[in-house]
Design a binder for this molecule. Sequence first.
Ligand code: NAD
Length: 471
Amino acid sequence: MRMYVAGEWSDGAQQEELRSPYSGEVIDTVPVATVDDVDRAIASAVQGAAQQRRTTGHEREAILRRAGDIADTRVDELAATISRETGKAITEARAEASRAGDLLRLSGFEGSQLYGDSLPLDASAGAGLQRLGFTLRQPCGVVVAITPFNYPLLLVLHKIAPALAAGNAVVLKPARQTPLTALKLVEILLEAGLAPEAISCLTGPGGELGAALVRDPRVRKISFTGSTATGESITRLAGVKRLSLELGASCPVAILPDADIELAAQAVALGGYANAGQACISVQRVLADRAIVGDFLDALVPKVEAIRAGDPASADIGTLISEREARRVESALKTGTQNGARLLTGGERDGAVVSPAVVADVDPDSPLSQDELFGPAVAVTTVADVDAAVRLANATHYGLGAGIFTGNVANAVRFAREVDAGNVHINWTPLWRADLMPYGGLKGSGIGKEGPRSAVEEMTEVKTVVLHGAA
Ligand code: NAD
């Protein structure tokens, strides 16, 4: 496919091949954008932002609604593209693609809801009754959106749809491994009537293009989803800009003695392995009370063994994004067992496929707990009581999602209050998202919230206006 820069589809000066993570076959070629392309994309976005801010909320909503309707008719095509470029199981890709239409329409609606406040200026000494004050929300201007490989449709849409709905122009840089779905979304938006200058999509290397994009003073807002390391490098380069950062995680789930163990096992067998564990809200750590850890593992292991990993066309879960990533996960599991953890099932690698693994007796200070694994494995640690569960839930650098299984409301309330995670689930795992939810991490997991209402807020700025009726 071609990339879309400054209102034109472009082959770029050079192309690179994209290969299926499953079969290794070439699936397409895409341009390798250069810093010159970054410059052209931003220059065009400056014009696009000037046009966009003069559109009405009604016009923008109509475009996003049309884009949502077009996306609904292309679910199969989008799903096939997602599966081809990520190696994700087609059933999972279809679930992802089928959310696009609603997400576009909801973003369009939220972009039409740019309410402000009226200000009681007369309450300020000496201001009198001659003044009226209110706030206006206006778009940020040029938004740079940088996205990861793991949900190449939803995580792109969670940025570009609210940004456009709020009246911004966007320069999108999708993950190098997954540009095709993003380019198809650009096609859909243009077909729906979006102004050509309102969006560019640059394909190619993240380091070089990302740095040029985030440094540029014409950019007002950066919305990034990806690893904590890349997020940190962006904060160092960005300067005075608005930042939303959705970063890495090592999400915990606590299981207390009064939990429904069957439900907990079922939920962990989904939440630890969906998308081959390559979800930022994947269950990585299970903190199981010593009274029930044996029963829990007995319930979990057969469920995990029943997950079929392999060919994306037919399996429950597909590949990791590359063989290199699969090797990294395989080796993290090996190191974990060398350090005393017990591998109960899985962990074997075949190309880019890793079989779903359960590891028990995991040291909470070890890399298997502390570092993001991003693979199909769950690390189970035995805890003495709810105090230990809360303490260990908080004992990593991250704070994206957390869950607790308990029949005791007091424990649930305590967990919700005391665990520092952006999303806390009671009697389910963090791998659950309604697109309208505020969604984003605390601590090393990031800054800011997505979900169309929150994202529209973060993609707009507040201006205070005062009308002086008399001096
Ligand atoms: P990554 O950080 O390697 O890449 C993300 C994006 O940043 C890509 O588009 C990449 O090309 C670009 N990039 C690379 N170097 C850059 C630089 N120096 N400056 C600017 N941009 C640069 O992440 P990934 O491997 O694609 O995705 C996996 C990571 O994303 C995991 O850590 C995962 O937890 C995280 N993630 C977080 C959320 C969330 O909501 N918190 C959601 C999904 C994924």
